[in-house]
Structure formats: C-alpha cells, structure tokens
Design a protein around this ligand. Structure first.
Ligand SMILES: Cc1cc2nc3c(=O)[nH]c(=O)nc-3n(C[C@H](O)[C@H](O)[C@H](O)COP(=O)(O)OP(=O)(O)OC[C@H]3O[C@@H](n4cnc5c(N)ncnc54)[C@H](O)[C@@H]3O)c2cc1C
Length: 468
C-alpha cells in the first residue's frame, strides 16, 4: 500500500478517489463491515424496508464540486427530487412550505416574500460559485461581493435574520426548522449560516434523495474508486497509526478524539492539548420506521415533502435547540423527519413505507426520546402510531456504536462554536504535526453533511505537499 485512508465515510472515499486519480496506489481501511459511514442504508426495521442509518436528504451532495467532478451517475447514483424540499406543519392544520422555485417560495411567504426574493436572488443565481467558496476553509474570496452578501445572512444569529426577514409567525417557524439543522442555539453567532445555505441550495439545486438510499452515494464513490484501481478493506479497525507501516500520505476520516487515540504519543504536547479542547456538540436520538401506509398528515402538503420539520412555532423550536445545547432533553423536541419511500419505491415493499425521525439532545444523553418524538408526529399526523409496523431506536451512544465518528451522538463531527466553524479543528485545518498525515473528516472544513469536500480539500493538500 502506498497511500492510506482510514474510514470510508463520504469524506474518506472522496479523499481516496482524489489520491487514486493522481496515480497513487490507495487503500481504504474501514472498521465496520459495511462501507459508507454516515451514508449507509440498511434493513434496520423489517426485511424489505431499507432505512438510512444517518444521512437521507442531500442538498450539499448535489451542490458539491467534488462529487460534480466524479462520474457518479455512471457508477449508479441517481437523484430523486421530491415535489417539495420541506414542509413545516402547524397546529391549525396547514403547513408552511419551502418551495424549490424562488418565485413560488416568495409568493408563499406573503408580505415577507419580496424582501426574501430580492435578497436571495443573486445568491441563488450564483450558487455554484457561492457553494464553491463556502465549501472550503476561510480564504481570500474570489467573489468578495457575493460572499459579503452571504455573510450578511450567515454571520448573525438565526434569531436576528428571522426578525429582519420574517414578520409572519408561520414564516419564522419555517425558518426555525431549517436553521435548526445547524445543531446550535438559534441566538448563537453564525447560527443562521447553515439554514440560509440550505435555503439557497433548495432554490438552486433542491433537496434530493438518492434512489436506493444514501448507501447509493457511498456505493457510487466506492465503485468509481475501485475502477481507478483502489482497494477497500472493510472490518479493518485502525487502532494505531503503527498499523499503517510506511503508507504515505495517510488521510484520516476520523475526529480529533479518535486521532488522539490512534496517534498515541507521536503528537507533540501542544497539539494534543488543542485536540483535547476540541468540543463535541449535542447528540441525536433517532427512530427508524417500517410503516404499513403513508404518514397520515393533517396537512396534505406534507405528503409531497421529502423532509418535514415538526416543532410548531419559532418559540418552541428555539427552546428545543437551546435546551439540547444546554444539557436538557427537550420535552417538546424539534423533530426532523424524512419519508423517502414516498418518492423512491425501492425503499419498502409495495404500498408500505419507511421513515426516519430524529431530534437533538445533549451529547451522550440517555433519555429515551421515543415518546416525545412520536407525540410531535401524532400532533401533526393523528393516527401515526397505528401504522407503525416496527420502530428501531438509536440513542446517541448507540449511534456511536454504529459509527465511531459520532462522538456522544454528535452528527456534525464537532460543536458549532464560532471558533470551530472558522478554524476546524485548529488553525492548520487538515494538517497535523505528523508528516504526510492529514485529517479529512467532517471535523475539518467545511464540516458536517454529505458533500465529500473535507476529503477533497485534504487530499489535494496532501498531493500538493508530496509534489514538493
Ligand atoms: C442521524 C443522522 C442524520 C444525518 N442526516 C444527514 C442528511 O440528511 N444529509 C446530510 O448531508 N448529512 C446528514 N448527516 C451527516 C452526515 O452523515 C455526516 O456529516 C457525514 O457522513 C460525514 O462524513 P465523514 O466521511 O466525515 O464521516 P463518516 O460518514 O462518519 O465516516 C467515518 C467513517 O470512519 C470509520 N472509522 C472511524 N474510526 C475508524 C477506525 N479507527 N478505523 C477504521 N475506520 C474508522 C467509521 O466507521 C465511518 O465509516 C446525518 C448524520 C446523522 C448521524
């Protein structure tokens, strides 16, 4: 083996492809028996029901410059766009909707619409440039005006932009559900960044799901990698860097905590201390379902949405996210729900369905959130419990048992403090003090989500260093 990648998540596989394309004999070592990390689809409930273990909806995958540069379609990846990216049911039986089309979205927002459309139109139009810029570490921008415009949305807390853009409580509620994907309190600095990026992506590229589940992304990456001569070894846990002999470069699709464990005392004390201070964010408590019928939403619009946010008003959602970040398991959590089988018949037997739902809880939280999550689903879809054939729950610790990168159930690879958004996991980004050893997981820029850009950026850096 010449080059080695530890971990076969989307970032590990992307890094491996970049190395293999440059002509390096590259091996990926994966501790689990199935490859893909956060992009895996398994029969988690009943035979014939294919549930996404982690990621399900992929706005950033479709917007990823890395994935766009790989022939993934030829390797079996096919995107499906649900008619609506997201719906947000309310207690009056209606739903606020995130439409794909910017004009339709702005019409739906009523008096809030014109300002929304005016501000977002240039960002939506220039999304390929903008996404290229934000899916990298901080740098001197090539399109400063575009980035400054995005910065006006991304820098302030979500609570500030909610007040500026959305007078209507319905629209504020819709924005709260989207902004909460940041997994941070909505009054924290930069808490709007993720929500606005997801909104712009929705209008520019949609919130698609891959036919066959998120595993199809990992399988397409793996198939392309193998076509380049790469090798993947599953069931191969790397417990120490010593196992890798003189492989070079080494790219690690793992988080700082694991890096400390496998690098042993090779790391200088100052870097160790920095990595020991790296913070993990709230965890996820997740439920996977096999259902005998589609979810009986009160609002018919929810039937057409790939993602449904269940949490009611801005105030309720703001509280749920504040509590999860502050060490309290929310009584009324914001629930993020996806229903892929409505749009992709390969996920369940004919007429039956899959769904996944999760909420944010404190890191490592042991509270069983099943009842609280289902109370939120029943609130907007009475009769839901009656259609459940089987449910499987994952506490944050159980999530971590299935993927060692999910420390305490943190799905983002590290807390979104301002410092950890800008300098992730340190000012060196992918670089480590060890020669030709790089971090390339979502604990590096641009962070969480299935886009492969952490791996892509890290592998290019590694190749650049080899050529010097
Ligand atoms: C419940 C949940 C829902 C999510 N929903 C979405 C979504 O809808 N859309 C989206 O874009 N993102 C979503 N995400 C986030 C997304 O899954 C991650 O951001 C993404 O998978 C990170 O990719 P990665 O390559 O950095 O790490 P991972 O995908 O976590 O992969 C890391 C890999 O490294 C392996 N590994 C770890 N330690 C070792 C070791 N010592 N030796 C060998 N192998 C090792 C792991 O087994 C794993 O396969 C979700 C995550 C979760 C948990």
């Amino acid at each position: 083996m010449q080059a080695c990648v530890v971990g076969s998540g989307p970032n590990g596989l992307t890094a491996a492809i970049v190395l293999a394309r440059a002509g390096l004999r590259t091996t990926v070592l994966e501790t689990e028996d199935t490859i893909g990390g956060g992009a895996r689809t398994l029969e988690l409930t009943l035979p014939g029901f294919r549930n996404d273990l982690c990621s399900a909806i992929h706005p950033m995958a479709l917007s990823s410059p890395a994935f766009a540069s790989f022939p993934l379609r030829e390797h079996g990846l096919e995107w499906i766009q649900p008619p609506l990216p997201a719906a947000h049911p309310l207690d009056d039986g209606t739903a606020a909707i995130l439409f794909r089309d910017l004009n339709e979205a702005s019409a739906h927002l009523g008096p809030d619409g014109p300002r929304y459309r005016r501000f977002l139109a240039p960002l939506v139009r220039n999304w390929p440039r903008l996404s290229r810029a934000i899916l990298r570490p901080i740098h001197i921008p090539r399109h400063p005006l575009l980035l400054a415009r995005f910065g006006m949305l991304a820098g302030p807390p979500a609570a500030v932009s909610a007040r500026y853009f959305f007078r209507s409580p319905r629209n504020r509620a819709l924005f709260a559900g989207i902004a909460a994907h940041a997994v941070m309190p909505l009054d924290a600095l930069a808490s709007g960044a993720f929500g606005w990026a997801l909104i712009i992506a929705a209008h520019a590229a949609g919130w698609p799901l891959p036919r066959g589940g998120s595993q199809s992304i990992a399988s397409a990456l793996a198939s392309y990698f193998r076509s380049l001569g790469g090798e993947i070894v599953a069931g191969a846990r790397v417990a120490s860097l010593d196992q890798l002999g003189n492989a070079s470069p080494i790219l690690l699709d793992i988080t700082p905590k694991q890096f400390l464990e496998i690098a042993g005392n090779r790391l200088p004390a100052s870097y160790r201390r920095k990595m020991e201070k790296y913070r993990y964010g709230p965890g996820a408590f997740k439920l996977d379902y096999a259902l005998r019928a589609p979810i009986p939403w009160t609002s018919p619009a929810c039937r057409n949405a790939g993602t449904v946010h269940l949490g009611g008003s801005w105030e309720e959602i703001e509280r749920s996210e504040r509590e999860a970040a502050g060490g309290i398991a929310p009584e009324k959590p914001l629930v993020l729900l996806t229903q892929p089988s409505l749009f992709d018949p390969t996920r369940a037997p004919a007429g039956q369905h899959t769904a996944w739902a999760y909420c944010h809880v404190p890191n490592g939280c042991e509270v069983d959130m099943t009842g609280r999550i289902e109370a939120q689903i029943e609130r907007f879809a009475p009769g839901f419990r009656a259609i459940v054939l089987k449910r499987t729950s994952f506490s944050p610790r159980q999530m971590e048992q299935h993927n060692a990168n999910l420390i305490g159930g943190d799905i983002m690879g590290g807390a979104h403090t301002l410092k950890q958004i800008l300098l992730r996991p340190s000012i060196g980004f992918y670089r480590t003090p060890l020669k030709n050893v790089y971090l390339c997981s979502s604990s590096t820029p641009p962070g969480g989500g299935v886009h492969g850009m952490c791996g892509y950026n890290a592998a290019h850096l590694a190749l650049g260093a080899l050529s010097h």
